[in-house]
Every structure is written in C-alpha cells, then in structure tokens.
Design a binder for this molecule. Structure first.
Ligand SMILES: Nc1ncnc2c1ncn2[C@@H]1O[C@H](COP(=O)(O)OP(=O)(O)O)[C@@H](O)[C@H]1O
Ligand SMILES: [Mg+2]
Length: 580
C-alpha cells in the first residue's frame, strides 16, 4: 500500500468535515494577517521616534492601539481554529475507528483465523489515537505555517526584493535538512507501531490463554517474550525520537543563518538610506517569522509521518480480505431444506486452487433430501468441521457448487443463508447479558414461557434454577459456568429459534453421557422435518441418521445407513467397534 493511497484514503475521511476545514483556514488566514501586520506597526512606531526626546506621540498612540487590536484578533482566531481543528481530528478518528470496527464483521473467517487479535485491537485503538494526535498537530501547524510563509514572502518582496531573494535562496537548505531526517524517522515510527501491536497480542495471549500458560508452566517463557518485545519497542522508540529530535536543532541552525544574512544585507541597505531603521526592524522580525513555520512544520513532519504510518496500519485492516458483507442478492425464505453438494474442492490455503490433488476436500458430492438427517463421522482432522464451514459459507469452495433449495449459495445473502441454519458448535459462544437474553439471542420476541420450555427440553432448566439469580443471572467469565453448561445454553438457544435446518458440530462434546442421552430425545424431536447435519464423536447418538458420511483425510470414504455400513464391514465398522 503506497503512502499516496494512504493519504487519499485519509483525505476521503477529512472531506466529510470540509466546513470545519474551511473555518480553520479562514481563522488561519485572519491569524496570519493579524500577526504579520504587527511588525509593520512596530516599524511605524520606531520611525515615529526621530531622536532622543524627539518623539511624535500623536503617531505612536494609534500605533499602540492597533498593535493591541491585532494581538487580540490573532489570539481569538487562534482559539477558534484550535476548536475547529479538534472537531476535525476527533471526528475523523471516530469515523475511521467506526469503519474499522465495522470491517471487523466483514473480515473473512480465514483472516480472523490467521491474524493475531491483539494486533487488530491495537490497530483500532492505539494507532487511531496516534493518528489523531498527528493530524491535530499537522492541521494546526500546516494551516498557519503555510499561510505565514506565503504572507511573509509576499510582504518581504514588496518591501525589498534583493533581501527577500536572499532569504528564499537559503530556504531549500532548511527543507532539505528537515526532509532528510523525516525520512529516517518514518521507518522507526512504523516499527514502533508494529512493536506496539505485537505487545498487545502478547498481552492478549497472556490473558486469554492464562490457564494453558499456567498448566504448562510457561510463565517464564512468556515473560521472556515480553521482555524481548519491550526491548525492541524501546530501541525503535528511542531511534524514532533520536531522529525526530535532531530535526529541530538542525533547522534552527539553518534559520539562524537566514536571520544573520537578512541582518547584514538589511543593515547595508539602511546605512545607504534606501530603507528606514523601522523597515529594517520590521524586516528582521519577518525573517524570524518566515523561518519559524519551517521549524514548526519540520517538527510536525515527524508527527505526520507517524500519523501516516498508523493510518497505513488501520487502512490495512480496512482493506484486509473482506467478504462482501452481504453475500449474494437473493434472499432465501421458507426453504424446504434440500441441500446438494456438487463436486466441491476446497483447501484452506489459497494455492489449493492450483493443485487440486492436494486439496483438503476433494470432489465431494452429496444430495440431502428435505428433512433428512446427515451424520458426519471420522477421526479428528478428517474435515468434518470444514464441511460445516463450507455449508455456512464461512469459507468459499474453490470449485464446485453447494445449493440450498436448488439455489447456489453464492447467490444468497449471508444473513438469509446463515439464518436458515440453527447451529450448535463444539466451541461455545454466548452473547453478553443474562441467561434469558442469551437464550433468546436469535429470537428476541420469545416469551419467557417459551424460553423455559426450550431449557426444559434440553435439561438446562435444572442447573439454571440453581444459579444465583436463575434466568436473570448475568453470564460472565467468572459466573462459574462449566463448558458443558455453556453448551447446554447454546443448545437451548438453537431449540428456541428453531430454524429450518440444523447443524450440530460436536454439540454435546462437553456434556456428560447421562445428560447427553437425555437431550437426545429433545434433539430427535427438534430434527423432525428439519434437514440436519450432525457431527458426533459418540457414534451411538447417530445410529438413526438417514445417511452417515464416513470421512477420512478430507474424503468421504463410505456413505450409507448404519446397518448398511456395518454390513459393509469397512472403516465405519472399525470406528464403531472401537467406540464401544
Ligand atoms: N482455519 C483453518 N485454517 C487452516 N487449516 C485448517 C483450519 N481449520 C482446520 N484446518 C485443517 O483442516 C483439517 C480438517 O480440519 P477440521 O475440518 O476441523 O477437522 P474435524 O472437524 O474433522 O476434526 C485439519 O488438518 C485442520 O488442521
Ligand atoms: Mg471439528
């Protein structure tokens, strides 16, 4: 991603605040004009002092008033510009952050699966903050700085072209020095942001995998990792500040040269009588004012570089592999539940497309009649969950077609496709809130009686009643729910929303065998008339399925009913006997 693209992207956000940008520019203009006019007044005042004791007070009084007025105007305009600049940057960063957050939903499951979550958080939070700081400094300085350079130049040329020309000649040196240093510090700033992302990831890992870390006594290793990354962050930060802090002294030096040159040339002109002492004084303060913005701008160049570096990281997130959020255009309603899979190939890595013989899922075809029960069995890693990922279109097939009701799922909206499936997975996911809210997640209109009925059906009611506040217990990490209990809540949620099709991927893996048996009848009732896909590790629970797919290494190696498969005496029989 080129910096030009990043700037264009950022500019798109700033455009929304163009009225504030215009206000800031107007204020900057007023501020610069008021500031620039003060030396003129001072020059007039000095020229009013003819010699010791010979002062034209009638000329000096109004000049003093005008200086006071100009100072006041400069102050007020600077204040308004400050507020307006803050509006712009706070607004821009809010919009960027909102979009970035919104994009998180659009990210493909594969992006989420392969990127560190802490790093993504750091991009949305810390990088956006740094961007905001940089933008604010940038705006304030570039607006006034730019205008005052132009204004001063204009004035100097109008008073004395030779002196002004001398000033202009020295300018590029100042720019060159500032630019040279900024380029070097930019790299350091980018590294600094990356280090911050890594640090956040590590913290995220340390918090969320604390149990694993403790169980494997990895505290020391993770502390070592932390020390390494902190050390790197320290060095990169020091490097960045080293370069950015020599910018100012270096440009200051160049500027003093400018000041000296104007002083000498101006004095010669004044001695010759071609300018007055008042004009020379005025000129000297312009020389000072002219160079000051260069100092300031080169100072914020570093800050702006940092902002661009951060913007780039946020932008990468926004431009990451995103699924088109809506999927296709067709809305799937009232499905009859016929699913057909035609010659699909799939592999998790992108180059799987090139070499079909290495694909995880190869040439899989399957026709599922409405209302039938499909069980998928096979050893761990066989590709069972992958098929579920493809059915829900969490991943896209590399070739082949999956149809629901005869409609290619690529043409359906994500919402409507995913809405027809009720899903219970091995990994539980519960929304925030109370037990009751969490169960009615997919069906906010459910009555309390319906919720209780669903919980009774899956035998979750008993343990919910034993919780501190029953159905109003707030689910938190520390509310002491076991994995099995969480899974029961997920089952209750699916039972309540009861969509047209069901996906149960090891839905009872954390539930004890006795409860599982009890739930089985509720599952059976739920599956009546609903096309269901069941991945189960206890083969007893799927004996009554209409068709059993036996998977091994991504391929369906056997297919049939329980009796047929047993009679065939193949891999299924082996699995069945081993599972007892
Ligand atoms: N998100 C992923 N990215 C890359 N490889 C994956 C991903 N998910 C699963 N795999 C790999 O695909 C294979 C099949 O996995 P999966 O379908 O989850 O197996 P099962 O559910 O049958 O245990 C495994 O080798 C697994 O390592
Ligand atoms: Mg699985």
């Amino acid at each position: 991603m080129t910096d030009k693209k990043v700037r264009g992207w950022l500019f798109g956000y700033i455009k929304a605040y163009r009225s504030y940008v215009i206000l800031s520019l107007i204020c900057a203009l007023i501020n610069v004009a008021a500031t620039l006019v003060i030396p003129v007044f001072i020059g007039m005042g000095i020229d009013g002092i003819l010699s010791k004791g010979n002062v034209i007070w009638d000329e000096i009084y109004p000049v003093m008033l005008m200086i006071g007025g100009a100072t006041l105007i400069a102050a007020v305009s600077a204040y308004i510009m400050g507020i307006s600049n803050n509006r712009i940057t706070i607004g821009v960063v809010k919009d960027i952050r909102r979009d970035a957050f919104d994009r998180l939903h659009g990210l493909t499951i594969s992006y989420i699966d392969t990127h560190k979550h802490g790093d993504m958080i750091s991009r949305v939070i810390s990088d956006a903050d740094a961007l905001s700081d940089g933008l604010l400094m940038g705006f304030s300085t570039v607006f006034t700085g730019g205008l005052s350079i132009l204004g001063t130049l204009g004035f100097m040329f109008s008073v004395s072209a030779p002196i002004a020309a001398a000033v202009v000649v020295v300018t590029p040196i100042s720019l060159f020095v500032a630019g040279f240093i900024a380029k070097r510090s930019y790299k350091m700033f980018l590294a600094q942001s990356e280090d911050r992302g890594e640090q956040t990831s590590l913290m995220d890992e340390a918090l969320f995998d604390l149990r694993t870390i403790k169980a494997f006594s990895q505290e020391e290793r993770i502390m070592r990792d932390y020390d390494d990354i902190s050390e790197k962050l320290k060095n990169d930060s020091l490097g960045a500040t080293f370069f950015s802090s020599i910018t100012n002294p270096a440009t200051r030096f160049v500027n003093s040269l400018v000041y000296g040159a104007v002083g000498v040339i101006g004095a010669l002109f004044a001695v010759k009588g071609s300018i007055t002492v008042g004009v020379l004084t005025c000129f000297l303060s312009y020389a000072n004012q002219y160079t000051k913005p260069f100092n300031e701008i080169s100072g914020v160049v570093a800050e702006l570089q940092n902002a661009i570096a951060c913007a780039k990281r946020i932008m990468e997130l926004s431009y990451a592999d995103t699924e088109d959020v809506h999927g296709g255009d067709t809305v799937l309603t009232d499905t009859n539940g016929k699913v057909s899979v035609e010659k699909i190939y799939f592999s998790y890595d992108d180059d799987g497309k090139a070499d079909k013989s290495k694909a995880l899922i190869q040439d899989l075809s399957l026709t599922v009649e409405p209302g039938s029960r499909v069980a998928i069995v096979g050893p761990t890693g066989a590709g069972k969950s992958t098929i579920i990922n493809l059915l829900m279109r969490f991943y896209d097939v590399d070739s082949g077609t999956i149809r629901v009701d005869g409609k290619d799922i690529n043409t359906l909206t994500h919402d409507s496709l995913r809405g027809v499936y009720g899903m219970v997975l091995q990994e539980t996911w519960l929304s925030e809130g109370t037990v009751r809210e969490c169960i009615s997640y997919g069906r906010e209109d459910a009555t309390f009686d319906e919720i209780v009925a669903a919980c009774k059906a899956c035998h979750a009611h008993e343990f919910i009643m034993r919780l501190e506040s029953g159905y109003d217990t707030v689910i938190r990490d520390d509310s002491g729910l076991s994995e099995g209990m969480r899974q029961l809540l997920c089952i209750a949620r699916a039972m309540l929303s009861l969509p047209q099709m069901l996906i149960l991927d090891e839905a009872t893996s954390s539930i004890d065998a006795r409860t599982e048996l009890k739930i089985q009848s509720a599952f059976s009732a739920m599956m009546v008339g609903r096309t269901s896909f069941i991945v189960a590790h206890r083969l007893k629970t799927i004996e009554s399925a209409d068709v059993i797919l036996v998977m091994k290494d991504g391929r369906v190696i056997e297919q049939g009913s329980h009796e047929q498969l047993l009679a065939a005496g193949g891999f299924y029989k082996e699995l069945y006997e081993a599972s007892g």
